[in-house]
Design a protein around this ligand. Structure first.
Ligand code: GLC
Length: 459
């Protein structure tokens, strides 16, 4: 009995130690100090809000960017999308203006997604926009348009490639094994003659093109790794991730790189973590790290005509505000149509964000989570953000108190001035009769914003 207990105990200790070792990598690839990293990341941390753009051939089937995989389409079956790609309404200046109006400070475009199609004029493939009805380098036009609006620009680059002849078929490939069975034999047979070393060289060549031809690139978003014990996934050795990251940093020393190269064992294997499509409540987990949550307006990244579960303005604001309230960024995705436009649903979602950001963006930019001593008020749903340099707290009201009175426990003697952020109108406040609360007297009529914000100047 005792022996069994101590065995169980040592097992627990071992698991804990493994967990800790995993959580705290010690090796590094480069030599950057924490302070140097913070400086490199500064604009990103201040910006808080960006636009993701997933655009590729999958906009034509218009039923998810993984359509080739989901429907197990062969290259031949997928070819019709290449043959019919002709984005006659592509005007990236319009995209850039919409992003800027919505308050986004950077944009990341899929230069190549898992389907393998390149939106740029790569020397290393024919599977590119210049050989379609588009007849031009779309990445170049994207970069120029967004830069002209003063936004930072980044590239998404898919590590997966369902078109390249040397990319081996794995468990995420459209031509993966259909049924459980003799797995190893199946993959050995379908991958005969394929050479991942050639694919690694292809990626290096393409990333070199992307990082040398278009001026300063602010972000690289590599996607994604799926290492697996059975050997039918892919991870750092398949991509040559360490060498790839060194190359990326050599070509663009200031660049910010996401964490999907499977380099978790290195302290500098990625600059920020990327919680994908998580609920706002989960974002508290990331406090203290560098992070960016990536989210769609609806369920899919690529344009999906018949998808109807679009997030409401309140849900989108919740994601943005809750990200900042936990010290992170939000990158919100648009999937343009095959004609090259944002569809009316995306435009109206962006418009509603513009309306809110125009009046309230001070509670987003340069902000982070509030110091521990300031708590969210009880009884109503609210979220705090904080601008340390300005010594301002921003209280976001997801519910609006019917009485107009709002009690803030612990805030007595801490506040110098209070106002509504959207119009700078004064908010009266007084200490509560007992205790350490401060009582705010809000306007009886809710200000015309889904989530009104109160700005509190701290003493
Ligand atoms: C996933 C999906 C992909 C999407 C990405 C964005 O990894 O494979 O379609 O581009 O997430 O985060």
């Amino acid at each position: 009995m005792i022996a069994r207990k101590s065995y169980a105990l040592s097992l627990v200790v071992l698991l804990l130690v493994c967990g800790l070792l995993q959580a705290q990598p010690t090796q590094s690839i480069g030599h950057e100090t924490e302070a140097e990293k913070a400086k490199r990341m500064q604009w990103f941390t201040d910006a808080r809000f960006g636009m993701f753009i997933h655009w590729g051939l999958y906009a034509l089937p218009a039923r998810h960017e993984w359509v080739k995989n989901r429907e197990r389409l062969t290259n031949e079956a997928y070819q019709k999308y290449f043959d019919n790609f002709n984005p006659d309404l592509f005007e990236p200046q319009k995209w850039a203006r919409a992003a800027k109006a919505a308050g986004m400070k950077y944009a990341v475009l899929t230069s190549k997604h898992h389907e393998g199609f390149c939106l740029f004029d790569s020397k290393y493939t024919d599977y590119k926009s210049t050989n379609t009805g588009a007849k031009r380098d779309l990445v170049k036009e994207f970069v120029e348009a967004f830069r002209a609006e003063g936004l930072k620009v980044g590239f998404y680059y898919s590590l997966l490639d369902w078109h390249h002849p040397d990319y081996t078929i794995d468990k995420n490939h459209p031509q993966r094994m259909a049924q459980k069975g003799d797995t190893a034999a199946y993959y050995a047979q379908v991958n005969k003659g394929k050479d991942m070393a050639k694919y690694r060289a292809y990626m290096r060549n393409q990333l070199t093109e992307l990082l040398t031809r278009y001026g300063k690139i602010d972000i690289l978003w590599a996607d994604f790794s799926f290492p697996s014990k059975d050997g039918f996934g892919k991870g750092k050795d398949d991509w040559g991730s360490v060498e790839l990251l060194k190359l990326i940093r050599k070509l663009q020393p200031g660049i910010i790189v996401n964490n999907r190269l499977n380099l978790e064992e290195y302290t500098d294997g990625g600059d920020f973590v990327t919680p994908e499509q998580v609920k706002p409540a989960e974002l508290t987990k990331y406090k203290g790290k560098s992070w960016e949550t990536c989210q769609t307006f609806s369920g899919s990244w690529g344009y999906y005509r018949d998808e109807t579960t679009w997030k409401s303005n309140k849900q989108l604001l919740n994601l943005l505000i809750t990200s900042v309230a936990n010290g992170g960024n939000l990158i919100l995705n648009v999937g343009p149509t095959a004609r090259g436009e944002f569809d009316h649903r995306a435009i109206s979602a962006l418009d509603s964000l513009s309306y809110w950001m125009h009046a309230n963006s001070k509670s987003i930019y340069n902000c982070t989570y509030a110091p521990e001593e300031y708590k969210e008020p009880e009884g109503i749903e609210a979220r705090l953000t904080y601008n340390a340099a300005e010594k301002k707290l921003y209280l976001h009201l997801f519910d609006y108190p019917a009485s107009g009175t709002l009690s803030l426990p612990g805030y007595k003697d801490k506040i110098r001035y209070a106002r509504l952020l959207n119009d700078d109108s004064e908010i009266f406040y007084k200490p509560a009769d007992t205790g350490d609360a401060l009582q705010l007297q809000l306007p009886k009529v809710k200000p015309p914003f889904e989530v009104p914000v109160i700005e509190l100047d701290l003493k």
